[in-house]
Write a protein that binds this ligand. Structure first.
Ligand code: 5GP
Ligand code: MN
Length: 336
């Protein structure tokens, strides 16, 4: 964290009577966790922050304290837009380019309030007034803990804040199985448990509340839809809209499926293509030095991290898969 970041945030907070926290479209556990952690913290500092997001989020995050206060543009677009327009200070969490806010991208860009970025993705854009962008960390949630601590407010961390941060930590590291080689991650985790959080219960609420159809979709993907491209150490799965309907798909049901490809010995690149209304959602995961964040940016106008990235491809499912297969030879040195 740059030495000037905290004094500058304090200066902005001193005159901010309206504060909005915004995170990315289709928020995941880190997006929701970091936003709620900051929301609870700012409330403890006597502010009245609002969280806005472009879309709904999976039910397995709805139990989180404060989750029902999150404003969604899909339900209340005008309110989200006016909150952004009237905010003196806007915290942008777990994304670093306006487009990731989808329907709220324009309102975010137009907003006159100061924009403070706290994020861990590669290649931040330059739309922010202040930025704390740290790639070498587990999650934005970990950065929020560091932020609260750097504000001199570690004593304000409570069970709600610790719970939110823990959800971000476990979801962005696959329960401490990737992106987790940072000593600070464990130092922060250890402090979270001083606030009486129940790690086992939180894990169950996030990962152990599948619907039957979600589990069956996973089984179907693994037994019927997994394709191995042995020559390029790659595994991919595609899901059509018809299949999503068949398995009574709801928001979040495909989360985690892409990771299974990487569990095969020697597979270094895994992809999931899921067909949406007017585009294909691509998820990429890699093991080792292959930078899938760069691949998503360069070939698919997406983004993300070195080992986990994604993009929306505005083509048919078959075309998206063909485009993906066509670029594999370019990365032969990492995949053979
Ligand atoms: P997931 O595959 O879990 O949806 O996303 C993995 C990572 O890639 C996340 O860090 C997410 O922020 C990023 N990501 C996913 N989809 C997109 C996208 O459409 N654009 C950009 N820039 N990043 C994405
Ligand atoms: Mn994240």
């Amino acid at each position: 964290m740059e030495a000037t970041f905290i004094p500058k945030v304090k200066e902005l907070l001193a005159s901010a009577d309206t504060i909005v926290i915004i995170t990315h479209h289709n928020p995941d556990g880190d997006a929701i966790g970091s936003s709620l952690a900051l929301w609870h913290y700012l409330r403890k500092c006597n502010y009245k922050p609002e969280i806005v997001v472009s879309s709904d989020f999976p039910d397995f995050y709805k139990w989180m304290p404060g989750a029902d206060s999150i404003r969604m543009a899909t339900k209340d677009k005008e309110l989200c837009e006016s909150l952004l327009a009237n905010a003196k200070l806007i915290f942008c969490l777990d994304f670093n380019m306006a487009e990731r806010a989808e329907s709220l991208a324009e309102p975010l860009l137009k907003a006159s309030g100061s924009k403070v970025l706290i994020d861990h993705h590669q290649s931040p854009s330059d739309i922010f007034t202040l930025a704390h962008s740290q790639i070498n960390t587990s999650s934005t949630s970990e950065l929020i803990y560091d932020f609260i601590s750097a504000m001199g407010d570690e004593s304000k961390v409570d069970n709600d804040i610790a719970t939110a941060i823990y959800v971000g930590l476990i979801t962005d590291t696959g329960s401490f199985s990737y992106n987790c080689d940072y000593p600070n991650t464990y130092a922060v985790t250890s402090k979270l448990f001083e606030h009486n959080i129940n790690g086992e219960k939180i894990h169950r609420l996030v990962y152990g509340t599948f619907s039957e159809s979600r589990l069956r979709l996973l089984g179907y993907c693994l037994s019927q839809k997994l394709t191995i491209v042995g020559e390029y150490s790659t595994a991919y799965i595609s899901i059509t809209r018809e299949e999503m309907k068949r398995f009574d798909f709801s928001n979040g049901d495909s989360e985690g499926i892409v990771n299974y490809g990487l569990t095969i010995k020697d597979v270094k690149l895994a992809a999931l293509f899921s067909e949406r209304n007017n585009h294909v959602k691509l998820s990429l995961r890699s093991f080792g030095n292959l930078n899938v964040g760069m691949i998503a940016r360069k070939h698919f106008a997406g983004g993300g991290h070195k080992n986990a990235s994604g993009a929306n491809i505005y083509k048919s499912l078959d075309e998206a898969i063909a485009d993906f297969l066509a670029i594999l030879p370019l990365y032969n040195e990492y995949l053979s």
